[in-house]
Design a protein around this ligand. Structure first.
Ligand code: C2E
Ligand code: MN
Ligand code: MN
Length: 404
């Protein structure tokens, strides 16, 4: 099967036109053996390459290209399948945009395309090519500094407050993970993540509960999260707790009960954020709306968790606007290299900006992911890059810092 891959990258350092030509010719010979053909566009600063060939060979060639340190900021824009090659069997042609006048460059490029006129009009690859040549893709291009220019501060190993000792009859505990404003090195919130005994994962805790006790246990467990917040003396930061929306719907006076628990531990409702996931919200939307009204009336904020991982996506925001949206890790992973993820996250950011919804990027593990997200305008983060959850304690945070 014929597959196509498009990427875009930036030249590291400089290269003379002769050297570039020689480089492409050498690569072309290697690619020819694998029957990978296409075109390489260059504008003096950026590369834009279309690779066509079998799925496996395109993948292998692309792996090799990705590891080449003569370019950086490499972003995979498209992977698709097609009935025929766009550039015939012409090997890998180099197309230097600087050799053409602005008003003739598109025409010159289209002359190279070996598809029928009709196919050219509808072909996504051709549209991508035009967008690069006309400079339209610059609107969404976010260049980031090489990760090697950055390091992480070593967190202090000793916390000022010792971990909370859980009571003997307690059947669950909480781990805390900070949500940070990385640029200003501030912890803005702590998310309480439920754990079974000895720090067992949340799924273990919930699966050992009898079916009928799930919501009750979920709601009542929050007392331990609030206790932990009190123990740590949380004041400036908010405490984010996860709740199944049905825990608020199925249990009588759930919201009142929650508020009572909050006050008992010396916290204010304004300090508490309730996180709910997209799928849970849409499955019982009307019932959930009732709980939302009660929470908001009490001063508690709402965050939509794992946004983008569920079925609803942006359409959910048409009917329900939370205070915060947490973008799921599935969309964050390797965002600095993925054109589709970048496009989706930029759209979420734009939408949330217009609606004045705070955005948090979840599951940030790499400096590069953080750098790209900063460039896109994200301010709040949660992820192993900054801190892993700590059982019964607030973990210290590693902050990104420029290497001296
Ligand atoms: P969540 O609310 O999306 O919580 C974030 C999860 O992502 C946590 O897993 C956290 O450890 C993990 N995480 C954070 N940063 C990273 C990262 O950089 N990389 C990766 N790979 N993972 C990261 P955890 O603690 O296992 O929680 C899983 C889910 O369990 C939570 O997802 C939440 O939906 C649910 N949960 C946790 N506590 C409660 C609770 O009290 N009640 C209810 N109903 N659900 C809870
Ligand atoms: Mn959560
Ligand atoms: Mn989440």
């Amino acid at each position: 099967m014929l597959s196509t891959l498009i990427y875009r990258s930036q030249l590291a350092g400089s290269v003379s036109p002769e050297k570039l030509k020689a480089l492409v010719e050498r690569a072309s010979i290697k690619n020819a053996k694998a029957e990978v053909t296409g075109i390489l566009l260059y504008d003096g600063q950026h590369f834009f390459q279309v690779l066509e060939g079998s799925v496996e060979n395109v993948h292998t060639v692309f792996q090799r290209i990705s590891q080449d340190d003569r370019h950086f900021n490499l972003i995979e824009l498209m992977r698709d399948y097609a009935p025929a090659r766009r550039f015939g069997q012409a090997g890998m042609a180099l197309f230097d945009l600087r050799d053409y006048q602005k008003h003739t460059v598109v025409e010159a490029l289209l002359k190279r395309v070996t598809l029928t006129d009709e196919r050219i009009r509808h072909d996504r690859v051709v549209k991508f090519l035009r967008s690069f040549v006309e400079g339209r893709d610059k609107e969404t291009f976010i260049g980031i500094a090489p990760a090697s220019e950055w390091t992480l501060t070593t967190p202090l190993t000793v916390s000022a407050v010792p971990p909370l000792q859980p009571a003997a009859d307690q059947r669950c505990e909480f781990a805390l993970q900070p949500i940070v404003d990385a640029a200003n090195r501030r912890i803005v919130s702590c998310e309480a993540l439920i754990r079974g005994l000895q720090g067992a994962p949340p799924a273990d805790y919930f699966s050992q509960l009898p079916e009928g006790e799930r919501y009750q246990a979920d709601l009542h467990s929050k007392i331990y999260a609030f206790q932990l917040a009190r123990h740590l003396g949380l004041r400036e930061q908010t405490l984010s707790v996860n709740l199944l929306p049905m825990s608020l719907v199925m249990i009588d006076d759930a919201v009142e009960h929650l508020i009572q628990q909050i006050r008992q531990q010396g916290l204010r409702p304004e300090q508490v954020v309730v996180e709910v996931t997209e799928d849970e919200v849409i499955s019982r939307f009307d019932a959930f709306q009732f709980a939302v009204r009660q929470l908001k009336a009490a001063g508690i904020s709402l965050a939509l968790d794992d946004f983008g991982a569920g079925f609803a996506g942006l359409s959910l925001l048409a009917d329900f606007q939370p205070d915060k949206v947490k973008i799921d890790r599935k969309l964050i992973i390797d965002i600095h290299r993925s054109g589709p993820r970048q496009a989706i996250v930029l759209a979420i950011l734009k939408c949330c900006q217009v609606l004045e919804i705070t955005v948090i990027a979840e599951g940030v593990e790499k400096i590069e992911e953080w750098l790209w997200l900063e460039g896109a305008g994200v301010r709040y983060y949660q992820g192993f890059l900054f801190a892993r959850p700590a059982l019964n304690a607030l973990p210290a945070v590693s902050w990104p810092a420029r290497r001296p």
